[in-house]
Design a protein around this ligand. Structure first.
Ligand code: GLN
Length: 485
């Protein structure tokens, strides 16, 4: 049962072959037995109450395709019923008075919440090792990182602890953990998914999206989680669309752009091999490969690591010991309280980014760093528009290597930043991008570690991306592979 897709589960629920309560219990049992540290908060009684309500809806016929199906949220989406920590000591005991729009949307669809998922502190990281609550283990090899920042979301899908999860992607945090855990994830066009109630990291980049086993499942989840939200100032007003509408379109004539910058030095041989094999498969499906260039790729790292910290330093100023969460115990006056609260409440990486962000925004440096980064950001977006005159979608690796060992880069922020090279530009441009499993590489101890294929589309091309991914998943079975239990 735990291996079934959302579509299969929906059919079983609607034909009463299983109840929402039975399904929820099954996943709660799997979560209780797991040692991955993927879940931060579970509350079986609450989950079963939601499941009972879903069973009532199923009995009355007032359902959606997702009614009764379990889901878990990255702990960056605020929830009334569970704590919302963003992986930080600062919010260790924080309970939100409201649900994020995304959470509300899934409630309305009748999904059953299994709990909240571990992530890097305030979504800053690529390995999940920045979580105050400890790293998540990669289900394929428990000595490896699951990727980040949505490590819990990806690991939980890979280990079949939940059939659906939410995640957020600021510079790759949906695509990279999906790739390193061998599951499917999509970051939609910026502005498609409401940021209301999504704890802010870098507001001009943050975007929510689903992680699941298949492209079709991601489409079903996107159908529920997108849409205009007046409570998010950058939410896009667009007609609702069915993201699964084009899944079965043939790929004959599809032009796939291969950026030469994504296949150069630094790309591990095992990753390149798996990606090239996937491209061969696409040729068999009728696609043609076109060489393209995204010349500013290299600049995406310094650009992102100026803009994201700048926005983070501003967003995180709200954590002052007065309004939210943690407050230091002993302090002499107000300034001392602020200082001690932030010194004790934030982890190393978060502090590093606040410092960098405050620096690049300060008088005298704003023009030299922040403004310059904004200009390059525009050029990066233009590179993509130029590329899309030559191809329909862009493909390449998600991450230059397979998952590395836990601890390997934990004390080396630059090494972590460099691993983001293939995901950052998509985020800076606000484009949709996804990751699908396409094979395995070798970890240092010769374990099998998943490789992800990245598919990038132009603005609002989500249905196309899902079509391109689905056709591959019909022809191959990488997405069905599971780690040993
Ligand atoms: N790894 C990137 C960072 O550390 C991206 C994180 C994200 O997308 N949330 O900022």
């Amino acid at each position: 049962m735990h291996t079934k897709t959302l579509k299969e589960l929906s059919a079983l629920l609607h034909t009463k072959q299983i109840s929402a309560t039975e399904l929820a219990q099954l996943f709660l049992d799997r979560i209780a037995q797991s040692d991955l540290n993927a879940f931060l908060h579970v509350d079986p009684a609450l989950t079963l109450k939601e499941a009972a309500a879903a069973d009532q809806r199923l009995a009355s016929g007032d359902t959606t395709a997702l009614t009764g199906i379990p889901i878990a949220h990255k702990d960056i989406f605020v929830t009334r019923d569970w704590r919302s920590t963003a992986g930080s000591k600062m919010l260790e005991n924080y309970v939100s008075p409201f649900d994020a729009t995304v959470v509300e949307q899934f409630r309305q669809a009748g999904m059953v919440h299994l709990g909240k998922l571990n992530c890097d502190e305030f979504a800053m990281g690529s390995s999940n090792e920045n979580s105050y609550f400890g790293a998540v283990k990669n289900p394929w090899d428990k000595t490896a990182i699951p990727g980040g920042s949505s490590g819990g979301s990806a690991a939980a899908i890979a280990a079949r602890l939940t059939p659906a999860s939410t995640a957020t992607d600021t510079g790759g945090s949906i695509r990279q953990p999906a790739a390193l855990c061998g599951v499917t994830g999509i970051k939609p066009t910026y502005g498609s998914v409401s940021r209301f109630g999504m704890i802010a990291f870098a507001s001009s980049l943050d975007q929510g999206g689903p992680i699941a086993k298949t492209a079709e499942d991601c489409g079903l989840l996107l159908n529920a989680m997108t849409g205009f939200d007046p409570r998010d100032s950058t939410s896009i007003e667009r007609a609702k669309e069915d993201f699964t509408r084009d899944l079965n379109q043939p790929l004959q004539g599809l032009k796939i752009g291969l950026p030469r910058e994504y296949f150069g030095a630094g790309l591990a041989a095992d990753v390149e091999q798996a990606v090239r094999a996937a491209l061969k498969e696409y040729e068999k499906l009728g696609a043609t490969l076109v060489d393209i260039s995204l010349p500013k790729t290299e600049l995406s790292i310094p650009t992102y690591y100026v803009i994201a910290p700048a926005e983070a330093s501003s967003n995180l100023s709200r954590f002052d010991g007065v309004r939210y969460g943690y407050r230091a115990q002993d302090y002499s006056d107000l300034s001392d309280m602020y200082r001690k609260t932030r010194a004790e409440g934030f982890g190393e990486e978060v502090k590093r980014r606040i410092l960098v962000g405050a620096y690049v925004l300060s008088h005298g440096y704003y023009d030299a760093y922040y403004l310059q980064a904004q200009k390059i950001r525009r050029l990066i977006a233009q590179d993509f528009q130029q590329a899309f005159t030559q191809c329909d979608v862009i493909m390449g690796p998600v991450c230059p290597t397979v998952a590395w060992d836990l601890g390997d880069k934990a004390d080396d922020p630059i090494a972590n930043y460099l691993a983001d090279i293939f995901t950052l530009s998509t985020s800076l441009a606000g484009l949709p991008g996804m990751s699908i499993p396409c094979g395995f590489g070798q970890g240092e101890k010769n374990s099998k570690r998943p490789v992800g294929l990245q598919i990038i589309g132009n603005y609002f091309a989500e249905a196309k991306l899902l079509n391109v991914a689905h056709q591959y998943q019909q022809a191959t079975d990488w997405h069905l592979r599971q780690p040993a239990e």
